[in-house]
Each structure stands twice: as structure tokens, then as C-alpha cells.
Design a protein. Structure first.
Length: 276
């Protein structure tokens, strides 16, 4: 992400980042995210497919000065500082008239967990023209196992268990120091662990196993990989607004500020682009 942060601000926030690589001490580390390298090896960006799940091509992130289009800006929110511009803008699968807000997250990311209550409260009051979607990050084996769990619960119509999964993982993560909660030493062990967790929450083992390796779940996992590569996601949580803007709590100045920035960007696109 292209932005300039005072070194003092980076030092104050450095412990809050989860990104795809461990930056050197002098770098501008993302302050409120989990990185892929601190979690596991990131897949090669060179292998990124040309199309995302919504038909988007590979994109680069650039500063506002590089964009020929008018950009949302105000005294409080500035392109290149509070959000980056996705170039070229990517199509989304939002219905006509809707502005999509995408959260790229990881179930074991402590910063996604911190953001979760803000997202949950915002979803209750978000404008009717906003479509909110979640996409799990796919950096490495642990993230991929958690992504499969997320999409399996979604395929079973049990999105209500996502919050419970967050709580379960982070309670054990805090106690054990391990990020590999609900991830076994083999794919079979992972299935059995996740199956047992689901069973304790009212999902039959047979239904879970059937959805776990289904075409629908595997397709969503492939799409998540493509989205991660297209938007160059190297930290979580990352927010993509309307396929045009990329931001996170660090850039916005905190979790509540991020919600305010999301509202600002979605309203701007709704009024200036969706109605144009």
C-alpha cells in the first residue's frame, strides 16, 4: 500500500500488524493487520490468474496522483493516505445499484477479531445500497484450512457459526499461543477436528463432510485465491470498496475510523458512479 507514515506513528502501532511478510524494523509496517509471512508462506503473485471470481483482472495499487479520475476526498479522508486506489478498478459481482464492501480476513487473525464487533454493528445499520461480502485469505496451509472451514459453514447455511468460530479460535490461540487451531497435521485430521467442532454446534458430521470437499466450496476457495492475488492482499484485515479502493484500520486511523471511511467511500461511489 502506498502511503507515508511518520516513523513515530509506525513505532507506536507496529505490534498491531498481521501482514504477508515480516518488514524490517525501519519499514512502514501495517499497524492493524496480520501478515502472511508471520503466519505462513505467501503464494507466488506471478501465478495469479487473469480473472477473479467477479471477472476482475489483475490490478495494481497506486497513488491518487496516478489516477486520471476524480477520487473521493475530504479534509478528513485523502487518497494515498487513508486509502489506496486500485488500478484498474475491478468489476464486482454486486447487483446493479449496489456498492460492494469486501473484507479479506483470516479466522485466526487477532486484528480481524478486534474489528469484528465494529463490522457486526455496522452491518445492522449499513445503507441499503451496500453489499457486504467476506473473503478468507489463502496465504498458506493454515489460512487455507480456515478458509475451507468458513466456506463449509457458509455452504451449510450456518453463517451464524462464523462468530463462534472466531471466538473459539481466539480463546485457544490466546491460551496456547498457536494459530493452528482447528488445523491438524494432515488434511484428514483437519477434517475430523473441524467436523467435531461443527458437531458441537449442531451440524451433523455427515452434512459437514459432504459440504467440506464439495464443488461449491472448492470453487469459492479458488475464487478467494484469485481475489487475494488480484488485490495484492498481504495483510488482514483488508477492506476493498467497490473494486476501487483498498484500505485497512491502520490507514484509516483505527477500527471506528475505518467504519467511517467505508461509509464515506460507499456513499461517494453510490452518488457519483452508481447514479452516473
Amino acid at each position: 500500500m502506498i502511503r507515508q507514515l511518520a516513523l513515530s506513528a509506525v513505532a507506536a502501532l507496529a505490534l498491531c500488524a498481521c501482514s504477508s511478510r515480516q518488514p524490517p524494523a525501519s519499514s512502514n509496517a501495517a499497524a492493524h493487520g496480520t501478515s502472511a509471512a508471520s503466519a505462513s508462506a505467501s503464494p507466488s503473485a506471478a501465478a495469479a490468474p487473469p480473472v477473479t471470481s467477479s471477472g476482475a483482472g489483475s490490478a495494481s495499487i497506486r497513488s491518487a496522483a496516478a489516477s486520471p479520475l476524480a477520487l473521493p476526498a475530504s479534509p478528513k479522508w485523502q487518497p494515498g493516505i487513508n486509502y489506496d486506489v486500485v488500478s484498474p478498478a475491478q468489476p464486482t459481482n454486486a447487483p446493479p445499484g449496489k456498492v460492494q464492501v469486501m473484507e479479506v480476513f483470516w479466522l485466526a487473525c487477532p486484528h480481524c477479531y478486534t474489528l469484528e464487533p465494529y463490522i457486526r454493528a455496522w452491518r445492522k445499520t449499513m445503507p441499503s445500497y451496500v453489499q457486504f461480502v467476506r473473503v478468507p485469505v489463502m496465504w498458506g496451509p493454515v489460512q487455507q484450512a480456515h478458509a475451507r472451514l468458513f466456506y463449509t459453514l457458509e455452504a451449510l447455511g450456518r453463517n451464524d457459526l462464523v462468530g463462534k468460530t472466531f471466538q473459539y479460535i481466539h480463546a485457544l490461540e490466546t491460551r496456547t499461543g498457536s494459530e493452528s487451531i482447528l488445523v491438524g497435521s494432515t488434511p484428514g485430521n483437519t477434517l475430523r477436528m473441524q467436523e467435531a467442532f461443527a458437531a458441537k454446534n449442531g451440524v451433523s458430521a455427515a452434512a459437514f463432510a459432504s459440504a467440506y470437499d464439495s464443488f461449491d466450496v472448492n470453487t469459492h476457495l479458488q475464487q478467494a485465491e484469485q481475489i487475494q492475488q488480484t488485490y495484492q492482499v498481504d495483510s488482514t484485515p483488508t477492506i476493498i470498496v467497490d473494486g476501487r479502493y483498498k484500505t485497512n484500520p491502520d490507514m484509516a486511523g483505527g477500527e471506528q475510523q475505518l467504519i467511517e471511511l467505508i461509509d464515506f467511500l460507499t456513499k461517494w461511489d453510490h452518488e457519483h458512479l452508481q447514479r452516473s
